[in-house]
Write a protein that binds this ligand. Structure first.
Ligand code: FNR
Length: 363
């Protein structure tokens, strides 16, 4: 139990405990402009007791957006909004990372003035996303077949991540996390199912990993390896993407990230979303491939976290839904207090209800 509440050094930052807040899209940024607002400042401030807050996915460019009212990190207004969030978290003694996001094909033309979403390849696929309906409220729609990025556009996309990293630094984030998981753009390049390219970004495992590593290198060049982590989901099916070679790809990436001395590797496990549980053999292989801190997430309880920490298979655990419902989650876990239940109906979109009104323990 005590190991969860010991400090952990992640790159250039020391976290006060190992109960991290997983990245959680909540779709409450201000439109137009996708700007972090006062409500978001309150929400993140309330959760500053986490060893590290990893922000909700924040798009690195307008075309990187895939859902209504998600925040961005490419405009001055967005950077100012995030600055208020990071100041509030720091004032409470917390740490916060920006999750850098490009959704690729998990999007809809109505979010882009009619322009098609982009991906590795122009392949039809089945998935839905959430856009603003005629009544202004969130509505679910089918994702259209995307168009394939050109090589020049890939280079520009990589540059967008570098700019977003400079913006994250300007906004006061302690770290950045590259979102390489859950069937979004980087994952669409990693998986042979969604990537049918015949150029240097498709085909072999090394070629499919090229975009991910170019993004890593660009983000590192815009900051420092000690500032950069990445999230991957090597197993399971997310957003209509199942990656048959996810585990060999995960190990290939881990070895490449180790060479680059990245700050942390964040493993998103799929069993919370109906996928199979990760086995310890894969965890051991990942540990052998990557020497830095490993964060595990997905259906974690105190018991699961302590078991994996004690077996030296992870260094920290990130909690998602439990942090939605319990702003003071680390304190509750430490004292064995009861947990509030999350309410899925208010996860995405809306106002303070189901966002900043979950009660903290008294006293
Ligand atoms: C998520 N998850 C997620 N993951 C991610 O990498 N970026 C994101 O923006 C989001 N957004 C998001 C929103 C909501 C409402 C949920 C429930 C989940 C996945 C999340 O980080 C985590 O991996 C899962 O919630 C599983 O962890 P728990 O909830 O079982 O602790």
């Amino acid at each position: 139990m005590s190991t969860l509440f010991e400090p952990l050094t992640v790159g250039g930052t020391t976290l006060s405990n190992r109960v991290l807040m997983a990245p959680l899209t909540r779709m409450r940024a201000t439109a137009p402009g996708d700007v972090p607002n006062d409500l978001m400042v309150d929400y993140y401030r309330q959760r500053a007791g986490a060893g590290l807050i990893i922000s909700e996915g924040t798009q690195v460019s307008p075309i990187g957006k895939g859902y209504m009212d998600t925040p961005g990190i490419y405009s001055d207004e967005q950077v100012e909004g995030w600055r208020r969030v990071t100041d509030a978290v720091h004032a409470e003694g917390g740490k916060i990372a920006a999750q850098l996001w490009h959704v690729g094909r998990v999007s809809h033309d109505s979010l882009h003035d009619g322009a098609l979403p982009v991906s590795a390849s122009a392949l039809p696929y089945r998935n839905r996303t959430t856009v603003r309906g005629g009544d202004g409220r969130p509505t679910r729609v089918d994702c259209p077949t995307p168009r394939a990025l050109t090589v020049e556009e890939i280079a520009a996309t990589v540059e967008d991540y570098a700019t977003a990293t400079a913006n994250a630094r300007a906004a006061g984030f302690d770290l950045v996390e590259i979102h390489g998981a859950h069937g979004y753009l980087i994952h669409q390049f990693l998986s042979a199912e969604s990537n049918h390219r015949t150029d240097e970004y498709g085909g072999s495992l090394e070629n499919r990993a090229r975009l991910a590593l170019e993004v890593v290198d660009a983000v590192v060049a815009a900051s420092d390896p000690r500032y950069v982590g990445i999230r991957i989901s090597p197993l399971g099916s997310f957003n209509g993407l199942e990656d048959a070679a996810g585990q060999p790809m995960g190990l290939h990436l881990a070895a490449e990230l180790a060479k680059r001395d990245l700050a942390f590797l964040h493993l998103s496990e799929p069993d919370w979303a109906g996928g199979p549980a990760l086995d310890d053999e894969f965890r051991k292989a990942l540990r052998a491939a990557f020497a830095g801190p490993i964060v595990g997430a997905g259906n974690y309880t105190v018991e699961k976290a302590v078991r994996l920490l004690e077996a030296d298979l992870i260094d920290a655990a990130a909690f998602g839904r439990a942090f939605i419902a319990n702003p003071d989650l680390p304190q509750r876990l430490r004292t064995g207090a009861e947990l509030n239940d999350p309410v899925p109906a208010t996860f995405y979109g809306g106002g303070a209800e189901g966002y900043t009104d979950y009660p903290a323990l008294v006293g």
